[in-house]
Design a protein around this ligand. Structure first.
Ligand code: SF4
Length: 765
């Protein structure tokens, strides 16, 4: 027994305090007590106590917060938690935070003195942590009826008390220079290493990066691929977009869930495999598809999904699921993916051959401002969909004041139905890097970053190898192509599953190590972008076009396509067609011709540009794909006449509700209202006025939202109201009794009727 004898009891129940004083006083301890958690923290931090004994349920403060504070401020103090019978989960969480022992009410004198004695006999907090896992087992053995939760929590605790946690987290932070701006890399590495970013890991990261835990937590909680809770060693993320569902995603989901014995959102009791849904993973041409950790599994059926799970249970190695690699660079050892490129039509710009370095050497024959003039002459517009002139954007950046500038490549194609950047990244990365390097030359930037969506992590090593090769032959680094003073290099920044990061300012936030929140404009990225530097930001396909313009000339480029939409467009075609895949076609191509080319089966509707684009019916099939008519970032989903168009719209609205960052009310609340009213209409509860309501609300969301996500989120409703009005009109009816059918008067009266025992004489059921 150590000499320590001073104990602080923090509890608001006089009977508990009295019995502590009696029992512990009788055993020779010196006991003081306070009734509130705030006072408990104050006294414990300032006083000379050896042990704090605290109730988990305090009137003014969560007991967990008290534990957390003491662990930070006074790690040497032992803590014993008092729990009620119903607080097993809370006790488990407290132990995870680092308490020394716990007792349950009502406790016997022996129980309390034993717990206190044990806690004080392990004077060092690090040594105490060794006991935590066994304490947790004890807690869990008392937790009745929830073995999945129990196992999951146990795994969390074992992780949290891991001896190596502190050293390993510190090492990861040091690898990134303890730089807060590298937070995405740090938390991704911690997640990969430990299976989650636990509360304790967040504290360690915050300390190392000189920031607050809340900042780390805000990042971890924002991205779908990061988690505070421990996931299984293998995470299966099944894509749940409309194309996957129509391809049999529900049957696949059921098969995986049955085989694992857990529902979606849960981890198997042995802690080995987690099961989740995820948004579009860029594989709509080979749906249903899933990510198994970073490994992509495509063209699933219920049977192949069952086989996959059985195999995984045996070897737990997702890479072994890839038996037959796909075509092209999908078979490269650094990619090793079963993904198929599905290139159906190669055009002359993006999918044509390139000899690395040719475009850069061509650019270096003219001045940086002439490069920008060439891009302007080619009338190149951004391929993301909005179509801002690329040369103008570059000129702003070139003229912006600032010694350092940056070139960012948006490889975060998250629009459901889009996958053409996946193919470019797989087959044409040189062309994209070449375009970025030319941008660096034109605007005077030395820093280039590719923001690669988390779903394409399987391409990362390969892309790094291409960058290394380019450095090796003088196409990146110092004095590129022997041009003295032309220094430019490119790094890869991984995303972690957030659609909004495709919005350029949100992407910049993410690169800066923050939540992917969009920023206010002005200032525009060209003036003040990544870390405040003037920044050019374009997408993968745009940079490819840049390289080709410099290689072949602006006249050659602008002769392809239409007057205001020059060049080609890569389309990712999926849905009800014979030949889903990637098509490089000149701008101006008629939608009808595209549908014929892809083998569309009895097409009744086409979603051009993904959920944020437009739904077009047969009346619009003679329209053309270009900025001034059917603008698209690349997604084209074909639906035949058997599909429920309003069901698809509902699915898209669900997607936007899920993906809204929540910053501004029109987007956060408006989309929920749109979704709900649409759901009423589909359920046969709509009235004719609802159509006007949807239009007005949709336009308000479009007008008042802060960023591109909100400004386009109402499009599924607005464009179907315009192009498929009869679908809505067939479902709405004026109520005969004057009451909306969304309001059920009988249900509303039911409680009152039961309480009073009287029935309404007006509203009889
Ligand atoms: Fe966030 Fe939506 Fe507002 Fe954009 S529009 S800032 S995604 S809430």
């Amino acid at each position: 027994m150590v000499e320590a004898r001073r104990i602080l009891v923090v509890d608001d129940e006089p009977v508990v305090v009295k019995s502590c004083e009696r029992i512990l006083g009788g055993a020779g301890y010196e006991v003081e007590s306070v009734a509130t958690g705030q006072e408990g923290i104050r006294r414990a931090v300032k006083g000379a106590f050896h042990l704090v004994m605290a109730d988990l349920k305090l009137p003014d403060l969560d007991g967990m917060e008290l534990v957390r504070m003491l662990r930070i401020e006074r790690p040497e103090i032992a803590i014993v938690i008092i729990t009620g019978n119903s607080s097993v989960r809370s006790a488990a969480e407290a132990i995870r935070l680092g308490v020394s022992d716990y007792i349950e009410k009502p406790f016997t004198p022996n129980e309390i003195t034993d717990a206190i004695g044990r806690a004080l006999q392990t004077p060092d907090s690090r040594e105490r942590s060794h006991n935590e896992a066994s304490l947790m087992r004890d807690v869990l053995s008392r937790a009745a009826g929830d073995p999945v939760f129990g196992q999951h929590l146990l795994a969390n605790v074992e992780l949290a008390v891991s001896e190596s946690l502190e050293a390993d987290v510190q090492e990861i932070c040091a690898k990134y220079g303890n730089d807060r701006a590298r937070m995405m890399d740090i938390v991704r590495d911690v997640q990969d290493h430990f299976g989650c970013v636990s509360g304790r890991a967040m504290e360690l990261i915050a300390k190392a990066a000189s920031t607050h835990r809340v900042e780390v937590e805000s990042v971890v909680s924002f991205y779908a691929f990061l988690s505070k809770e421990l996931k299984g060693k293998v995470a299966i993320r099944l894509c749940r977009d409309v194309i996957n569902e129509q391809a049999g995603g529900d049957r696949v989901a059921q098969a995986i869930s049955d085989e694992l014995g857990v529902d979606f959102g849960r981890t198997t009791p042995d802690g080995h495999i987690s099961l989740e849904y995820t948004a579009c993973i860029g594989m709509c041409d080979q749906a249903p598809a899933a990510l198994v950790n970073d490994v992509v599994v495509t063209s699933l059926t219920a049977e192949s999904a069952r086989r996959m799970v059985r195999e995984l249970k045996q070897h737990m190695d997702p890479r072994r699921l890839v038996r037959q690699p796909g075509d092209g660079n999908n078979a490269h050892p650094l990619v090793h993916a079963m993904v198929k490129n599905n290139i159906r039509k190669e055009g002359p710009i993006v999918l044509a051959e390139l000899s690395p370095g040719d475009a850069i050497r061509a650019a270096l024959t003219v001045s940086p401002s002439q490069v920008i003039l060439d891009i302007k002459d080619a009338r190149l517009r951004g391929r993301g969909g909005a179509g801002f002139p690329t040369g103008v954007k570059w000129e702003f950046t070139r003229l912006a004041s600032g010694e350092k500038k940056c070139v960012l490549c948006n490889a975060d194609e998250g629009e459901p139905g889009t996958f053409k950047d996946r193919v470019i990244l797989t087959q044409q990365p040189d062309l994209m890097f070449e375009g970025m390097t030319i941008a660096g030359y034109a605007v005077g930037a030395e820093v280039g970053i590719v923001y690669l969506r988390g779903e394409y992590a399987y391409l990362r090593s390969y892309l790094e190898s291409v960058l290394d090769r380019r450095r090796g032959v003088g196409l990146l680094g110092a004095d590129i192509c022997d041009r003295k003073g032309f220094d430019f290099d490119i790094s890869i920044q991984m995303g972690a599953g957030a659609y909004v990061c495709g919005e350029e300012t949100a992407l910049i936030s993410s690169c800066e190590g923050l939540r992917g929140d969009p920023k206010d404009r002005p200032p525009f990225p060209a003036q003040k972008g990544y870390l405040g530097l003037p920044t050019v930001i374009n997408n993968v396909e745009t940079f490819c076009c840049v390289a080709r313009i410099l290689e072949k000339g602006s006249d050659w480029f602008s002769a392809i396509g239409s007057k205001d939409s020059t060049g080609t467009k890569l389309l990712s075609v999926s849905g009800d067609c014979e030949r889903p895949g990637v098509y490089e076609l000149p701008f101006g191509v008629r939608l009808r011709d595209v549908l014929e080319m892809v083998g569309a089966r009895n097409p009744a509707a086409v979603q051009v540009g993904g959920p944020s684009g437009q739904m077009v019916g047969p009346d619009g099939f003679d329209r053309s794909v270009c900025y001034d008519d059917l603008a698209t970032g690349g997604s084209m989903m074909v639906f035949d006449s058997s599909r429920d168009v309003l069901g698809i719209v509902a699915d898209f609205m669900e997607f936007f509700v899920e993906e809204s960052c929540g910053f501004c009310t029109p987007c956060r609340v408006g989309n929920v209202l749109l979704k709900d009213r649409l759901s009423d209409i589909r359920a046969g509860k709509g009235v004719p006025e609802d159509i006007e309501y949807l239009k007005n609300l949709g336009e308000t969301i479009k007008f008042a939202s802060r960023c591109g996500l909100g400004q386009t989120s109402a499009n599924p409703v607005l464009t179907t109201l315009r192009n498929f009005p009869s679908l809505y009109e067939a479902l709405v009816r004026a109520p005969r009794d004057g009451n909306r059918r969304t309001f059920d008067i009988h249900a509303a009266l039911r409680d009152a009727t039961a309480i009073t025992g009287r029935k309404s004489v007006i509203f009889t059921e």
